[in-house]
Design a protein around this ligand. Structure first.
Ligand code: ZLM
Ligand code: CA
Ligand code: ZN
Length: 396
């Protein structure tokens, strides 16, 4: 199959792929938007293209209690390890006076094997970080990670354990500075908060921002880290608040401008890139008009800088589009994006799930009518201007 597809190992760098297939068997509940099965669909497309022959593939173990405790409080972990799913599905959170650690509501339900699911996600992310630290990998992929909302002692927005924070803490043992970039449609609040008081991690999130109508409601342009007198982390949180309907072209302009400037100034030793696929057009929860090409362009831009990098998954609620994006991004990591056939391989399992047989459906194919773009060019320029000024306070 490797010969047939013409996919070969990339020249000059190593790519590793970290997953735990047992993670994919878990269910948040029938109608919950988060479907771990999207990981199965993504992997099946990646494998169908023959890309596994160009990477080091690791089936990862679950993270241990001690590894999870590098970020999370033991109170929270102990509770997470013992709570059992409700025999009857719970209704509204308001009828639940007993919600500890924000667990058991409709966003963060208790389900069978919850603790295993969380520790497997974190296990893959941590394995990716360790391969980067050991210089055995230049780009390490953990599509099962990217759960950016989880707090030290609280579940939030479908996230229970913050695998990203745990992985970045590992990177910090070897790299003086780490850059975190988040292209999920939601604000990366958990990661931002975890590193609010250090100048060793710079966090950048691009997201839909509408404090009253879109989760989690944080991440305004001028939220840049607590500006208390002795906080070295001040100015080290960058937020790029966006409105509905942003296009590939606009996102690319913003991303290249902002990330280009940040890398020049902050000079990170490693990059952690959260590739939440809910920023794609047609996502069940998302609001943007990004195509697979525009989403992937962010990965390509980061890769060009030749800095060791972890690619995390994250959100993504229309599984066929999640699988397309993460497959294309895997191809960028291994330098075969120009070699692969945009027509999905004939032997792809669940091929009919994809509706169109191409890796790159048009906006019309995805949406019929594209979502109205509410991002005037002037506003985007103001954002770049703000970030440029913010970077004057960043020293290295
Ligand atoms: N209600 N079921 C992104 C995390 C987004 C908070 C409003 C729940 C949903 C959503 C859950 C089956 C990442 C909020 C929403 C309804 C309070 C959110 C269960 C539909 C359903 O049908 C659903 C009964 C559920 C949840 C929609 N929740 C949409 N948006 C957000 C969290 C996570 O992508 O960034 C990273 C993985 N929560 O808006 C409410 C305020 C709960
Ligand atoms: Ca984001
Ligand atoms: Zn999201």
């Amino acid at each position: 199959m490797a010969e047939e597809s013409g996919i070969t190992r990339p020249k000059g760098h190593n790519v590793s792929f970290h997953c735990n297939p047992d993670m994919e068997q878990h269910h948040f509940g029938m109608t919950h938007p988060m479907k771990p099965w999207r990981l199965t669909l993504s992997k099946s497309l990646i494998y169908s293209y023959g890309m596994s022959f160009a990477m080091d593939n690791f089936v990862t173990r679950a993270a241990t209690y001690e590894e999870l405790a590098s970020f999370h409080s033991t109170d929270y972990l102990d509770f997470l390890g013992t709570v059992l799913p409700e025999p009857v599905p719970r209704d509204l959170e308001s009828q639940n006076p007993d919600l500890r650690f924000n667990l058991g509501g409709s966003d963060c339900p208790l389900f069978d094997g919850l603790y295993d699911y969380c520790s497997m996600s974190a296990g893959s992310a941590l394995d990716a970080a360790r391969k980067i630290c050991a210089k055995q990998s230049d780009i390490a992929i953990a599509w099962g990670g990217g759960l950016h909302h989880a707090k030290k002692a609280e579940a939030s927005g479908f996230c229970y354990i913050n695998d990203i924070v745990i992985a970045i803490l590992e990177l910090l043992r070897f790299y003086p500075r780490v850059l975190y970039i988040d292209i999920d449609v939601h604000h990366g609040d958990g990661v931002e908060e975890a590193f609010f008081s250090t100048d060793r991690v710079m966090t950048v999130s691009f997201h839909k921002y509408d404090p009253n109508n879109f989760f989690p409601g944080t991440g305004a342009l001028d939220d840049n880290g607590p500006k208390s007198e002795h906080n070295p982390g001040a100015h080290h949180a960058v937020n790029v608040p966006l409105n509905d309907g942003i296009t590939d072209e606009q996102y690319d302009m913003l991303f290249n401008n902002i990330i280009g400037r940040i890398v020049e100034k902050f000079r990170p030793g490693a990059i952690a890139l959260q590739c939440g696929a809910d920023s794609l057009a047609g996502d069940r929860l998302g609001r943007f008009n990004l195509q697979v090409q525009g989403h992937g362009a962010c990965v390509a831009f980061c890769k060009k800088m030749n800095i060791p990098m972890i690619l995390f998954g994250g959100g993504g609620y229309t599984p066929r589009n999640v699988a397309r994006a993460w497959t294309y991004e895997t191809s960028i990591a291994i330098d075969c994006q120009d070699k692969i056939n945009p027509i999905l391989p004939e032997h792809t399992p669940w091929r009919e799930q994809f509706r169109q047989d191409t890796l790159f459906p048009t906006l019309e194919q995805i949406l019929g009518e594209p979502r109205q773009n509410r991002n005037p060019q002037k506003r985007l320029q103001d954002i770049v201007q703000h970030v440029t000024e913010q970077l004057r306070f960043v020293q290295t």
